[in-house]
Design a protein around this ligand. Structure first.
Ligand SMILES: Cc1cc2nc3c(=O)[nH]c(=O)nc-3n(C[C@H](O)[C@H](O)[C@H](O)COP(=O)(O)OP(=O)(O)OC[C@H]3O[C@@H](n4cnc5c(N)ncnc54)[C@H](O)[C@@H]3O)c2cc1C
Length: 502
C-alpha cells in the first residue's frame, strides 16, 4: 500500500475528533478506514509542534540534534506575528518584551539582534475625558479625591508583595503568594478598601494584558500588571537610589517577530510550514511516536520521533494526543482557560495618538487601548513620512465571551470608530486603511489556582517524560517566558536523549 493511503486512513480518527481537515483528504481518508499501518524507520530525535517563539526556542536549543518543527501556518510567529500597511511593519500581537535575560536573552545575543527600549506597557490612562501621562500623573489620578492614605497603603502592600514575588511558585496555604493565587484580583482589592477608581481603572488594564477581568483573574495574576504600572515608584520604595529606572520594555525594528524570523532562518528546512498536526500515536514497539499532519494541499503525511514537544494551545493537545498523557496531566490541561482577543491596525498619515506609547481607555468597554504600533520605525526615521499604524486591542469583557470574534471586519471597525470618536474626536476620519486580526487563543488566563496547577504540570515535565509541554500556558503568558519554556523543554529532552551539551 502507498504511504499516502495509509496516512489518509489514519486521518479518519482525527476527523471524528472534530478537527478541521480539507474535504478531499477527509473523503479519501473515510474511503480507506482500516488499512494496516507500516512504520517508516527514520526516526527523528525530536518533533516540535508549533513554530511560535516557544517552539522556535526549543528548536534553537536542539539544533545540533535531528529535529523537525511542524507549523500549521505558512509562516512563523504565532501570536507575535507582524503585518504590513503602507511601508510600515506593525505588530499584530505581542508588542514588547519585559526582560532581556534567560533563554530569550541568549537567543538575542547569539543572533546579534538589537533590542530597543520603548516606554512602559501602559504609560497613559484616559479617564472621564482627561488623559494622565506618565507614572506621576497616573498616581495623581488614583488619589484624585485627595485619598493619599489609600494610595500609600496600596503601594506599601504592593511593595511588600513584590519582595515575595520571586518566591513564585510558593503555594503553601499560609504563604503570601499561595493566598494571592487563591483569591480573585477584585477580592484582593476589596480587602484593601480602596476607592472605586482603583477597580475601575485596573479592570481594563487586566483585560488588556491578560484577557480576563478582575473577577476572573487571580490576585497573583494581577501582580505583573501592577508592577509594570508602578515600576519607578516601586523601585524608589525598594532602594535608596532615586535614579530613573529603565522601562524594561524592548522591541526590535521589525517588532518581536524579528526574533522568530531570525530563528526560522537559522533553523532552515528543519521547519515544515503548512503542516497542521492532527494526531499522534505511540509506536507499537513503544519506542517513539508517529506524528500525523496535513500538508498545505490537505494531504496526510507523518514523521516519527523519539520525543515530542507540544507548543500548540492546550485544547489542541487534548484533541490530538489525549491518549498519550496520564489522567492527572489531562486534568491540568483541561483546566487551562483561554481568552480570545482582536487587534485592529489603523493606518493613517500620522499616529492617532502620539504623546504616549499605550493609552489605556479606562472607561470604554469595547476597545481597552490604543497604541503606537510602529513607534520604533517612526521615531528612528523622523524625516520619512510614510504614514503610521496605530493599533487598538479588543479583549472580551468576560474571558468566556467570544461573540465579538464573529463580528464582521466592518462591524468591528464601526464600533472602533464610535469609541475612538468619544475619546479623540475627529480621529476616525484620519484612518485610511485597517487590518483586523483575531486570536481565538489569545491569552491563557491566570485563573484562581493557576500557579499551583503550573507547578503540578512542571512536576510532570521534570519526571523524564519523552512528551514535553512548552508554550505560554505552561508558564506565565508572555513572549520571553514562552521562549524560556521552549528552552526548558529542550534541556529536559537533551538529558533524556543523553545529549547534555550542545
Ligand atoms: C494581542 C496580544 C498581545 C500580546 N502582547 C504581548 C506583549 O506585548 N508582550 C509579551 O511578552 N507577550 C504578549 N502577548 C503574549 C505572547 O504573544 C505569547 O505569550 C507568546 O507569543 C506565546 O508564544 P507560544 O509559542 O507559546 O504560542 P504561539 O505564538 O501561539 O505559537 C504556537 C504556534 O503553534 C502553531 N500550531 C497550533 N496548533 C498547531 C498544530 N496542530 N500543528 C502545527 N502547528 C500548530 C500555531 O500556528 C503557532 O504558530 C500578547 C498576546 C496577544 C494575543
Amino acid at each position: 500500500m502507498k504511504r499516502r493511503q495509509v496516512v489518509k486512513a489514519m486521518l479518519s480518527g482525527a476527523l471524528l475528533a472534530g478537527l478541521p481537515i480539507p474535504l478531499t483528504t477527509a473523503r479519501a481518508a473515510l474511503s480507506n478506514p482500516r488499512q494496516p499501518l507500516r512504520a517508516k524507520r527514520h526516526q527523528r530525535d525530536v518533533a516540535i509542534i508549533g513554530a511560535g517563539i516557544a517552539g522556535l526556542s526549543a528548536g534553537y536549543f536542539l539544533r545540533d540534534l535531528d529535529v523537525v518543527l511542524l507549523e500549521a501556518e505558512q509562516s512563523v510567529g504565532g501570536r507575535s506575528l507582524t503585518g504590513q500597511m503602507g511601508d510600515r511593519t506593525f505588530s499584530k500581537g505581542a508588542q514588547y518584551i519585559t526582560s532581556l535575560n534567560g533563554a530569550l536573552g541568549q537567543i538575542i545575543t547569539d543572533l546579534g539582534l538589537d533590542p530597543v527600549e520603548i516606554p512602559g506597557q501602559v504609560d497613559a490612562i484616559y479617564r472621564k475625558g482627561k488623559v494622565f501621562i506618565g507614572e506621576d500623573e497616573i498616581l495623581q489620578m488614583f488619589s484624585d479625591r485627595g485619598d493619599l492614605a489609600a494610595l500609600d497603603h496600596f503601594l506599601d502592600t504592593l511593595s511588600e508583595i513584590s519582595r515575595h514575588y520571586g518566591n513564585v511558585p510558593d503555594h503553601r496555604q499560609d504563604s503570601l503568594v499561595g493566598r494571592l493565587d487563591r483569591q480573585t484580583a477584585r477580592e484582593w482589592l476589596n480587602a484593601l478598601r480602596l476607592p472605586p477608581v482603583y477597580p475601575r481603572v485596573l479592570n481594563n488594564l487586566a483585560r488588556r494584558a491578560s484577557g480576563a477581568n478582575l473577577d476572573e483573574l487571580s490576585a497573583l495574576g494581577l501582580m505583573p500588571i501592577l508592577f509594570a504600572l508602578f515600576k519607578q515608584t516601586l523601585a524608589d520604595m525598594n532602594t535608596d537610589d532615586q535614579a530613573r529606572v529603565e522601562s524594561g520594555n524592548y522591541t526590535f525594528d521589525g517588532g518581536l517577530n524579528q526574533v522568530n524570523i531570525n530563528l526560522a532562518n537559522m533553523l532552515g528546512d528543519r521547519i515544515r510550514f503548512n503542516s497542521a498536526v492532527i494526531q499522534l500515536e505511540k509506536l507499537s514497539d513503544g519506542l517513539g511516536y508517529r506524528i500525523l499532519y496535513a500538508d498545505g494541499s490537505g494531504e496526510g503525511r507523518w514523521v516519527e520521533a523519539k520525543t515530542v514537544i507540544f507548543t500548540s494551545p492546550a485544547p489542541m493537545i487534548m484533541r490530538i494526543a489525549a491518549q498519550l498523557f496520564p489522567s492527572e496531566v489531562l486534568n491540568l490541561l483541561d483546566q487551562v482557560r483561554y481568552a480570545p482577543a482582536i487587534t485592529v491596525g489603523l493606518y493613517g498619515s500620522s499616529p492617532i495618538y502620539s504623546p504616549a506609547f499605550d493609552l489605556s481607555l479606562s472607561d470604554r468597554t469595547f476597545i481597552t487601548d490604543i497604541y503606537d504600533a510602529c513607534r520604533l520605525s517612526r521615531l528612528d526615521n523622523p524625516d520619512v513620512r510614510t504614514g503610521a499604524v496605530s493599533s487598538v486591542i479588543i479583549p472580551a469583557e468576560r474571558f468566556r465571551d467570544s461573540y465579538f470574534m464573529h463580528l464582521s471586519d466592518r462591524a468591528i471597525l464601526s464600533r472602533v470608530h464610535k469609541e475612538l470618536e468619544v475619546v479623540l474626536p475627529g480621529s476616525s476620519d484620519r484612518i485610511l486603511d485597517w487590518s483586523v486580526q483575531r486570536f481565538s487563543h489569545a491569552f491563557p488566563v491566570t485563573t484562581l489556582g493557576a500557579f499551583r496547577r503550573l507547578s503540578a504540570l512542571h512536576g510532570f515535565m521534570e519526571s523524564g517524560s519523552p512528551l514535553q509541554l512548552a508554550g505560554d500556558y505552561t508558564i506565565y503568558p508572555s513572549f520571553d517566558l514562552a521562549a524560556e519554556s521552549g528552552y526548558l523543554a529542550a534541556m529536559r529532552l537533551r538529558r533524556l536523549l543523553g545529549h547534555t551539551t550542545a
